[in-house]
Design a binder for this molecule. Structure first.
Ligand code: SAM
Length: 274
């Protein structure tokens, strides 16, 4: 499939999936390759034939939706964010609430929620032995959730995690060590589409990184943001991706760690901008 044809197809499909074509700027080659392979598998020779197929086959939209998903993740991604959470932002939350409730939205194969679990158990629990952790991780892709539940990872995805934590949390040998059982406690994985479902709050910490605020269309971004804020406890923290920003005209939140993408929900009701 020609690059131009794919770009036009993405412009046409994105709003129908409530996505934002610009979100695919960096990953367009990868997504276009997948769509190209899909055309071959269906025996179609042109983008217009695929559009005709989409117009008459509602089930093909679910296939296409999955082809558009970018699923890259790794442990301790954006290390500075986790350092600041560990050293500065989570301790006061633990002092005011004995149980830290956390939601990881779009959790891929579990790298992000397990990072929080490792950070909590090895970084915070020694200082707050009475504290508990409840973690909900949601993801739309069933295959990724299966890998998350398995909890075994190539060493490359652990490379940013502090080495002493890797040794404790992944004690096994080999190129794909598995997470030790203690780090799975209190963690629930759930298959949910963030566009239509969200778990029940309140949460002290929500991580919604490299999904809604990159790929979703702006009106949906504002809807998702309102839903996240609604589920955050007063004073709770929202973390988004390092390259992301909150949608214009959505709920206005205060940044709490300089340029890092960490926001705090006010203790008084939030105001809407725009
Ligand atoms: C790029 S990964 C980011 C993973 C992790 N949050 C991080 O930042 O490392 C985006 C994840 O969001 C998931 N995702 C995409 N659309 C979703 C949706 N509508 N609902 C829930 N998860 C979704 C993808 O399947 C993928 O696993």
């Amino acid at each position: 499939m020609k690059d131009q044809d794919c770009a036009e197809l993405l412009q046409w499909i994105a709003p129908r999936l409530r996505l934002r074509p610009e979100g695919f700027r960096r990953v367009r080659g990868q997504v276009c390759k997948r769509i190209g392979r899909r055309l071959v598998a269906l025996g179609l020779t042109s983008v217009s034939a695929y559009r005709t197929r989409l117009e008459s086959d509602p089930e093909e939209w679910a296939v296409l939706d999955a082809l558009c998903r970018v699923t890259v993740s790794r442990f301790y991604r954006d290390a500075r964010v986790f350092e600041v959470l560990h050293e500065e932002l989570l301790p006061p939350l633990l002092e005011s609430s004995p149980v830290l409730r956390v939601w990881s939205a779009g959790c891929a194969s579990g790298e992000e929620p397990y990072t929080v679990s490792i950070l909590f158990r090895l970084g915070l629990a020694p200082r707050y032995p009475e504290a508990g952790l409840e973690l909900i991780a949601t993801e739309v892709d069933a295959g990724l959730l299966e890998r998350a539940r398995r909890g075994c990872y190539p060493r490359g995805s652990l490379r940013e995690l502090p080495p002493a934590w890797v040794e404790r949390a992944f004690p096994g040998p080999g190129e794909e060590p598995c997470l030790a059982p203690g780090y799975r406690e209190g963690l629930v994985f759930r298959r949910e589409d963030l566009r239509t479902h969200m778990p029940q709050g309140p949460f002290q910490l929500v991580l919604c990184r490299n999904v809604a605020f990159t790929y979703f269309a702006p009106p949906l971004q504002r809807e998702v943001l309102a839903g996240l804020v609604e589920r955050l406890a007063p004073g709770g923290l929202l973390v988004i991706g390092a390259e992301e920003s909150l949608p214009e005209g959505g709920v206005a939140l205060e940044r709490v760690a300089g340029p890092l993408p960490i926001f705090r929900v006010p203790r008084v009701p939030a105001t809407t901008g725009g």
